[in-house]
Design a protein around this ligand. Structure first.
Ligand SMILES: [Cu+2]
Length: 243
């Protein structure tokens, strides 16, 4: 889809990044409150289909708008488990800027917007958003986004309980390959403290919930890393190849 005029306002990002905020600031950042988790009632008692495992479900849907409130037909919304793992369920944002995940298993989960290189949620807002789904109720999670997105040299890896997963839907604890000079951001979407330990960067130190650790790939090689608290459950490989 063609970029909107707003995307032309985005400044070229610096290649040296110190914080996740600056990582996401490639897409800009100011903004208002993310609306999340507002229950809309029981949808007239229509009920919902059962989940694949046969358990009770609610429904999750919402809108995707830019910071000016204009609906945006861009991106995809994923369901993550409470532990932060992509569970394979997603919905694309439609032409009217709406998404509808349909039946979602009851319980705690996280709803995550992914706009790839086209858009992202400014760092000032939660993303993913933690919600609790109740049987036969609808949770509305509305995302405000800024066009611009990641620039293709940024790689996000979520650290959850207890895995590393390249975003938006990589294989847990798999090898992630990035070109020299690119930046990797590990973001803790779990409940527990994790670390990213090993490789040329050494030790991230403790990464708290919604905290992050970033490293710009300045050295070629294949680098196994792990969480000092949850290895061997949490171990993966970062491979840096010539750009
Ligand atoms: Cu850990």
């Amino acid at each position: 889809m063609p970029p909107s005029p707003a995307s032309r306002l985005i400044l070229p990002p610096p290649r040296t990044l110190l914080t996740r905020r600056s990582f996401i600031q490639r897409v800009g950042s100011t903004a208002a409150l993310l609306v999340a988790g507002s229950f809309l009632g029981d949808c007239g008692g229509a009920g919902f289909a059962t989940s694949p495992n046969g358990g009770p479900t609610g429904r999750v849907k919402g809108t995707v708008r830019d910071l000016q409130g204009t609906p945006q037909h861009v991106g995809r919304v994923y369901v993550l488990t409470d532990a932060g793992l992509n569970n394979g369920q997603y919905a694309d944002v439609d032409a009217a800027g709406n998404y509808d995940l349909g039946p979602v298993s009851v319980g705690a989960c996280q709803i995550r917007y992914w706009g790839g290189n086209q858009a992202d949620v400014p760092e000032t807002f939660d993303n993913p958003v933690r919600i609790t789904v109740q049987e036969n109720q609808t949770v509305e999670v509305n995302f405000q986004i800024q066009l611009g997105g990641l620039d293709g040299h940024d790689h996000e890896i979520y650290a959850g309980d207890f895995f590393y997963q390249e975003q938006p839907a990589g294989v847990p604890n798999a090898t992630v390959t990035v070109p020299l000079g690119d930046t990797v951001c590990w973001y803790n979407v779990g409940h527990h403290v994790h670390t990213v330990t090993g490789g040329p960067w050494g030790d991230s130190g403790d990464i708290p919930r919604i905290g992050n650790f970033m490293w710009t790939a300045n050295q070629l090689g294949t680098f196994p890393y792990r969480c000092t608290y949850h290895s061997p459950d949490m171990q993966a490989i970062l491979q840096v190849v010539p750009a």
